[in-house]
Design a protein around this ligand. Structure first.
Ligand SMILES: [Zn+2]
Length: 479
């Protein structure tokens, strides 16, 4: 720990050195970006897609999410407000920038032409404002970003960036299903620094080779009962593989001699995917599904099993990070049963096109609030839930509605001693911290940075396959 701090201060000093010399020579330095000596303790931002209090709390009460329970015990919680619509590229970029989609520039999955035909995929280059990884890098703070939305192509950050590409799982677009990106062998600009690329892809290959065993470890033996259910199950593999890859990469960063970066952001997306695909299997009643139906017998434990996996991942990360680490666990939205919608479409077993209505039995159509847990250095304990009530007895109604996805970036910056931009609509969640929010700066988007933005127009793959796939999933159109 001591070494890490000295190193990070050393880095900040090194960055200061040039302007100071210029100043000494009488040349007025141009005001550079705000600098920081780094956080007092490492910060771990774990983004978990679609993780829902209403699904987590029954497991927590049963003692099955011990790591989440311990984090809540020593920290503070809330149900985090989100934006609508809850499309991942928009929300996760708002989490990273503290700005609304209209301001950060990532408003959708794809760009449309004037006639509303989808033409190309949104990429990192469409972002018009700094994300936390840019602000931190420019401040001399080391930052690792692993699997975060809209990070392809990677940017030159002060740390590791492993992109999540907005792309279909098969380059020829023959496959439907994935809504979230992953690493793609053979595509450039997915890893920064380039010197880490071989190591990252080696780990990715290891995860891929061991995926069947990993899944059996998480879910036991899952046996689909017909073609539709087999397709639904195999459609989730890409998300599980991406999560296991991101987790392994994060753990490898923490295991280095120098320890983890000052700030690390890791994204896990499988909780959203299983919520969509297997909500009815988990809560069958409202769908008119019997407890002994094939669906429940095959998939009834998929959602709780994946929540247990996310909890175990949290435990492994916290064990690998120093004890004084500040944890920010944030989700982009919650997840609810779509039984009403499914009934309207003809119930589980029938629909207008004669297909089973099982692929979207859970969702987040009304911007349902997500999970927020803050714990560790500079975090006050016990807020956002009833004082004196044991964590193991918490109900959904006990969790306070507080904060928004827009507050995550300002709060993260405060933990690093940096002021948020006046152009960020969110606030520092000061009530949860034992430090005051640093004074705001007018903006972090200095002209030099904006000018230096690279616009290669590079796409992760031929976008046509991904566009077809998003169409199949109902993400395109006038809505
Ligand atoms: Zn979702």
């Amino acid at each position: 720990m001591g070494n890490r701090r000295i190193q990070s201060i050393g880095t900040a000093r090194a960055l200061f050195a040039v302007p100071l010399i210029l100043f000494a020579c009488g040349v007025a330095p141009e005001a550079g970006p705000p600098q920081s000596d780094g956080p007092d303790a490492p910060v771990l931002l774990l983004g978990v897609d679609g993780f829902e209090w209403g699904l987590a709390l029954p497991l927590l009460r049963a003692g099955e999410l011990p790591n989440l329970e311990a984090a809540i015990e020593r920290g503070s919680v809330s149900a985090l407000e989100t934006l609508h619509p809850t499309w991942s590229p928009r929300i996760w970029t708002s989490v990273a920038t503290g700005k609304l989609p209209a301001d950060h520039g990532i408003e959708d999955f794809v760009h449309y032409d004037d006639e509303r035909n989808p033409v190309s995929l949104f990429t990192q280059e469409d972002r018009r404002t700094k994300a936390h990884w840019n602000i931190l890098s420019d401040a001399g703070v080391s930052v690792d970003t692993i699997g975060w939305w809209m990070t392809f192509p990677v940017e030159p950050v002060h740390g590791l960036m492993v992109a999540q590409t907005n792309a279909p799982i098969e380059a020829d677009g023959s496959r439907s299903g994935p809504e979230k990106g992953l690493l793609r062998a053979g595509v450039p600009a997915q890893v920064h620094p380039a010197s880490m690329e071989a190591e990252v892809f080696e780990r990715f290959a290891e995860i891929d080779a061991g995926l069947d065993a990993t899944l059996e470890g998480i879910f036991g033996k899952v046996e689909p009962y017909n073609e539709e259910s087999a397709g639904r199950w195999s459609d989730c593999r890409w998300a599980f593989r991406a999560d296991s890859t991101y987790l392994a990469l994060a753990l490898a960063q923490a295991a280095r001699a120098e320890g983890p970066a000052d700030v690390t952001a890791v994204y896990l997306g499988g909780s959203d995917v299983v919520g969509h695909r297997f909500f009815a299997a988990h809560r069958p009643g409202p769908f008119g599904l019997a407890e002994d139906s094939e669906e429940v017998r095959a998939f009834g434990e998929v959602v709780p099993d994946y929540y247990r996996f996310v909890d175990a991942a949290l435990g492994r990360l916290l064990a690998a990070w120093p004890e004084d680490t500040t944890l920010i666990l944030a989700t982009d939205h919650g997840m609810v049963s779509l039984d009403q919608d499914v009934q309207k479409r003809g119930g589980i077993l029938g629909s207008r096109d004669g297909k089973a209505n099982l692929s979207n039995t859970g969702g987040h159509p009304r911007g349902e609030r997500g999970v927020f847990v803050l714990a560790g250095t500079h975090v006050r304990a016990g807020l956002g839930r009833p004082a004196g009530k044991p964590v193991r007895e918490l109900e959904r109604g006990d969790i306070e509605d507080f904060g928004s996805v827009l507050d995550v970036a300002p709060t993260l910056l405060a933990l690093v001693g940096l002021g948020a931009g006046e152009d960020m609509p969110g606030r520092v969640l000061e009530r949860y911290l034992d430090v005051e929010a640093p004074a705001r700066v007018p903006t972090h988007d200095d002209a030099a940075w904006l000018e230096a933005r690279v616009h290669t127009g590079i796409q992760p793959v031929d976008p046509s396959g991904r566009i077809d796939q998003l169409g199949d999933l109902g993400y395109l159109g006038d809505e």
